[in-house]
Ligand binder design. Structure first.
Ligand SMILES: CC(C)(COP(=O)(O)OP(=O)(O)OC[C@H]1O[C@@H](n2cnc3c(N)ncnc32)[C@H](O)[C@@H]1OP(=O)(O)O)[C@@H](O)C(=O)NCCC(=O)NCCS
Length: 189
């Protein structure tokens, strides 16, 4: 048997365990989540998934249908969709994670993925989606919002800066293998 595989396995199990714990914590943190009314922004439903798959595939190298379906079921309250004349033109999905502070158990959120339909970019939809969803995060006591963005994704970095995010540090292998990205954060309290 190839030894590399034996050594690799505990690593994979550990990653899976961490992912499961993270998902479970996120699920509990969403209990009692309050939603803001917004004209063109809604939370996801199953009928929107084909359009979201298309927009995701257009915006990123790897298709993530599995992740999108999972988030639409477990994290529906923080999976936002923006529409234009009843058509889905963008989405932003978050995860919630617990943090322990002097005040006890609190929550932070992570932008898991955001994309706007190619035909509707540069018209302010991405900014609106971020700003409105972040207002809801604040309403629900989320301490800060984190995200990771490839250092070469100038368009997205500009959007994040304009929305109020700042660069915390540069990291490797988070956005993809051997890729450099910025960890960015916006504090809400
Ligand atoms: C990143 C992304 C979501 C941004 O969405 P968007 O709708 O184009 O973003 P916005 O239009 O709100 O803002 C982007 C630009 O439009 C400008 N803009 C904002 N409102 C505007 C308006 N009403 N009219 C014209 N331009 C406007 C912004 O100032 C910004 O300009 P800049 O790039 O010069 O800084 C989109 O480019 C995308 O889907 N990219 C592919 C996926 C991706 O990279 N996701 C991020 C991964 S971390």
């Amino acid at each position: 048997m190839y030894l590399g595989k034996i050594h690799a396995k505990p690593d994979i199990y550990l990653k899976e365990l961490k992912k499961t714990l993270w998902d479970t914590a996120g699920f509990f943190l969403l209990r009692g989540w309050e939603q803001l009314e917004n004209e063109n922004i809604e939370t996801v439903n199953d009928t929107m998934l084909p359009e979201i798959f298309r927009i995701q595939a257009e915006g990123f190298k790897n298709e993530r249908h599995g992740d999108i379906i999972k988030c639409s079921k477990k994290f529906r309250n923080v999976f936002y969709v923006i529409k234009n004349q009843d058509q889905v033109i963008g989405y932003c999905m978050y995860h919630l994670k617990p943090v322990f502070s002097s005040r006890g158990f609190e929550k932070k959120s992570v932008v898991y993925s955001i994309a706007v339909d190619n035909k509707f970019r540069n018209q302010g939809f991405g900014k609106k989606l971020l700003e409105e969803s972040i207002k809801e995060m604040k309403l629900n006591g989320v301490l800060s919002v984190l995200l990771y963005v490839n250092v070469n994704n100038t368009h997205a970095i500009n959007l994040y800066r304009k929305t109020g995010f700042f660069i915390v540090k540069e990291v490797e292998n988070i956005c993809g293998e051997n890729e450099r990205c910025y960890k960015m954060e916006m504090k809400l309290f």
